[in-house]
Ligand binder design. Structure first.
Ligand SMILES: N[C@@H](CCC(=O)N[C@@H](CS)C(=O)NCC(=O)O)C(=O)O
Length: 205
């Protein structure tokens, strides 16, 4: 049984959605990042970068336990372990869109959330900069999804990585009606029962 260390955020949900999609048994360990639990020594031993998600697979590639952090690396690992959602004929296109998510969508939307939902006064420069960047990235996704059903043609870890971030579109103030191809893709993924289950881990929000 894989141990999943997570919290109710897009990066955490990429991995719970993937585990659900693959039908792999897993045990959830909540790491409440609002209470700084990511700094506990037992978690830092798994991820010295104090970020969720992380996993420990007791049956790693060489039969030994494998601790792993960085959601993109975890998705690739689980895809290779199960042979699912990583079509090898389109491997580099999957990786391209996965890296686009890891280097663009996640960090930029995350910064938009930070500035737009700041506990103190909203900082207009940050909200504008990252809000505009979020919209630009939606434009790139919309163009791609006007040509292909999913980011790498068939449903893959690139979509699994991107969906939980788009699920927060209201947080970064994007109206999906302005991006009809993203909306079509979003609704198709939302209708998958494994996705619905994974998006509730470790709680519904
Ligand atoms: N690149 C990392 C980012 C992980 C990340 O930023 N996780 C956030 C929650 S979405 C976190 O744990 N933040 C805790 C902190 O900033 O201390 C990944 O994709 O795994």
């Amino acid at each position: 049984m894989i141990d999943l260390y997570t919290w109710g955020t897009p990066n955490g949900r990429k991995v719970s959605v993937m585990l659900e999609e693959c039908g792999l048994p897993y045990k959830v360990h909540s790491v409440n990042i609002g209470k700084d639990e990511q700094f506990r020594p037992e978690f830092l031993a798994i991820n010295p970068n104090n970020r969720i998600p992380a996993i420990v697979d007791p049956e790693g590639p060489d039969g030994k336990p494998l601790p792993l952090f960085e959601s993109g690396a975890i998705l690739i690992y689980l895809a290779e372990k199960t042979g699912k959602f990583y079509p090898q004929k389109n491997k580099y296109i999957v990786l391209q869109w996965l890296m686009f998510q890891m280097g663009g969508v996640g960090p930029m939307f995350g910064q938009a959330h930070h500035f737009m939902r700041a506990k103190k006064d909203e900082i207009p420069y940050g909200s504008e900069r990252y809000g505009n960047e979020a919209k630009r990235l939606y434009g790139v996704l919309d163009k791609r999804l006007s040509e292909a059903a999913y980011l790498a043609d068939e449903y893959s870890i690139a979509d699994i990585a991107t969906y939980p971030w788009v699920a927060r579109h209201e947080w970064h103030r994007v109206d999906l009606a302005a991006f009809p191809h993203v909306k079509r893709w979003y609704d198709a993924i939302a209708s998958r029962s494994a996705v619905a289950r994974g998006m509730q881990i470790p709680f519904l929000n």
